[in-house]
Structure formats: structure tokens, C-alpha cells
Design a protein around this ligand. Structure first.
Ligand code: 0JX
Ligand code: SF4
Length: 310
């Protein structure tokens, strides 16, 4: 029986991840090690280990950063309290928050100034959710599921709006928004959601991949929200779907009797890991690799002032 590999398109790094990694690398090149980074700059073990080897020091608590050091915020963003703490500690800060996450922060502040309560659709405990909800000191309410909408209590249903995490399931979020509009008919909805272009494109691509394959492998780290969503989207299309951090975690038995093997990668997973996964699946008997057609992405985000090439 022949076995072929099919690659999703697009897959892997998005513009926000490219920029976040470049910020750490440029800071190391210009200012030298150590460079402190609040939280994993992106949720990928390989990326984080590589930067650690180059002199990046990953911390969660700013108390672990020496006075006057250089600090970078991760791509997922930070609450206002962290910015205030960094200022108080006299740190030099470079902000690797994705501009598409910052856009949501700006919306939250605008809605709060307009005296609205804000529903945040997202996953409890995720750093992006903590950062976005931490843009205001009150008036934000988290919902994770359609069921949460039924029990949500807000002070004034006539002064209500919503925002979302950028890396959610497009389909689940649509259902949550529908439930919000049913329960709170006067909720302000300036747009559909805040899911970013990269999340949307990678989920569209994994749907097309799943329809053409009988197993899908997603390359991504366990704490990567968008990578987990890709595996779920594939599983919901009825194929066997696995997420692996690297090629060594692939199990030969997964591929027994499978003819079309789909491979994709989360927005924080480097292509070098995808290539290693392809090599391992070939060792399990696949003999050809092709790539599905897909949308081209041309978005590039500029580096912050102070880190750009002179
Ligand atoms: O867990 P997430 O998908 O939000 O983050 P990850 O895997 O680091 O992806 C890139 C950063 C995304 C921010 O929106
Ligand atoms: Fe930005 Fe989207 Fe990438 Fe997150 S997944 S870093 S929001 S482009």
C-alpha cells in the first residue's frame, strides 16, 4: 500500500511570531546577554531553548529581573500592571506583543472609556487573556464556552460589548457570539471577532487537509493554543489527529494502514521541525510529499524603534 504526505498551506510561523523572535535575537545582538523575556516569547519549546542558548532568560515574575536590565514582553501581551511594574523597576523594555493583540487591547480601552462592560471570549489562564483583561481594572467578564453565556451576569445588558482571544477556534467562537447575541440582544458588535488572519488561514488550511487525508499531524508545543485548535479542527472532520512537539514523538502504529498523511504546524512551530517530521514519516514508509494550494500571506510587522537596522 502506498503512503503519501500532504502539507497544509499556509502552516507554521505567522507575522507576529516572526517579529517576536526577531525582537529577542536583535536585542541579544545589540545589547548582549542576558536579555530577560517575560513568559515564553512564543509557545514553542524548540524556539525557547534556542533563544535560551543564545542568552535569553525567560521569567514569569518581574521580581526576578535585576534593576536596569533589558526586558521583552512575549507575543501574547501583558496586563497594564506589568508595564507599571517594569517602569518602577527601571527596566529597558522592548514589546514583542503582536500588533494584532495590541489592537484588541486598544478596543478594550475604548469600550471601557465608553462605559461599557466587556465580555472576553477566551481560555482562562492563557497569557493573552490575562493581558487583554488586564488593560482595564474592572468591567470585564470571561466566557470560554456557549454554556458560560447562559450563566453570565453583567451589570447592564444595554451597555455591553465583546472581544476575543486571537487564536480561538473560528467555528466555536461563532457559536459563542451567536449565544451572546441571543442572550443580550443589545450587545454591541462592531465586527465578528478578533481571531487573527493567521489563525483563520491555518484553520481553513487544516480543514482542506483533513478532507484529503486519513491522518493529520500538527507540529506544535502542548501550551500553544492555536496549535491545539488545529488538532481539534482536524479531529472534528473525522480524521485521526495528533499534535507533536517534535519528530521523536511520532509513533509508527499511528500510520499503519494510512495512505494520505497530512502535516501542518501551529503559528509558533518552526519549519525545521516540520521537515524533521516529514523525514520520520518517510522512514515509516511514505514515498512522496506534496503541498495543497492555499492563500498567500504577505503580512510583515516592523520591529520596534531601537531594534531596527540603522
Ligand atoms: O498559545 P498561543 O496560540 O496564543 O501562542 P503561540 O503558540 O505562542 O502562537 C503565537 C503567538 C500568538 C499570539 O496571538
Ligand atoms: Fe499575531 Fe495571530 Fe500570530 Fe498571534 S497568531 S502572533 S495574533 S499573527
Amino acid at each position: 500500500m502506498t503512503k503519501t504526505i500532504m502539507l497544509a498551506n499556509p502552516r507554521g510561523f505567522c507575522a507576529g511570531v516572526d517579529r517576536a523572535i526577531a525582537i529577542v535575537e536583535r536585542a541579544l545582538a545589540l545589547y548582549g546577554a542576558p536579555i530577560y523575556v517575560r513568559h515564553e516569547v512564543v509557545h514553542n519549546r524548540f524556539v525557547v531553548e534556542k533563544l535560551r542558548e543564545q542568552g535569553a532568560v525567560f521569567i514569569e515574575d518581574l521580581q526576578d529581573v535585576p534593576h536596569g536590565a533589558t526586558l521583552i514582553y512575549s507575543a501574547h501581551g501583558v496586563p497594564l500592571s506589568v508595564r507599571q511594574q517594569a517602569e518602577a523597576l527601571g527596566l529597558t523594555v522592548f514589546d514583542a506583543t503582536c500588533p494584532l493583540v495590541t489592537k484588541v487591547h486598544v478596543e478594550v480601552k475604548r469600550m471601557h472609556q465608553a462605559a461599557m462592560s466587556i465580555v472576553m471570549i477566551g481560555h482562562k489562564g492563557h497569557p493573552e487573556v490575562e493581558g487583554t483583561m488586564g488593560q482595564v481594572d474592572s468591567g470585564m467578564f470571561l466566557v470560554e464556552t456557549v454554556a458560560d453565556v447562559a450563566t453570565l451576569q453583567v451589570p447592564d445588558p444595554t451597555a455591553l460589548s465583546y472581544v476575543s482571544q486571537t487564536t480561538l477556534s473560528v467555528d466555536e467562537t461563532r457559536d459563542i457570539i451567536t449565544a451572546l447575541k441571543q442572550r443580550f440582544p443589545l450587545i454591541t458588535s462592531p465586527k465578528k471577532d478578533d481571531i487573527c488572519y493567521a489563525t483563520q488561514n491555518r484553520q481553513d488550511a487544516v480543514k482542506a487537509l483533513s478532507d484529503a487525508c486519513d491522518i493529520v499531524i500538527v507540529v506544535g508545543s502542548p501550551n500553544s493554543s492555536n496549535s491545539n485548535r488545529l488538532r481539534e479542527v482536524a479531529a472534528l472532520r473525522g480524521v485521526d489527529a495528533y499534535m507533536v512537539d517534535n519528530a521523536s514523538l511520532l509513533q509508527a502504529a499511528w500510520f499503519d494502514g494510512k495512505q494520505q498523511v497530512g502535516v501542518t504546524a501551529g503559528a509558533s512551530a518552526p519549519e525545521v521541525l516540520v521537515q524533521a517530521v516529514i523525514a520520520q514519516i518517510k522512514a515509516f514508509g511514505a514515498d512522496s510529499v506534496s503541498e495543497l494550494p492555499g492563500v498567500e500571506e504577505h503580512i510583515i510587522f516592523a520591529l520596534p524603534p531601537g531594534l531596527r537596522d540603522k
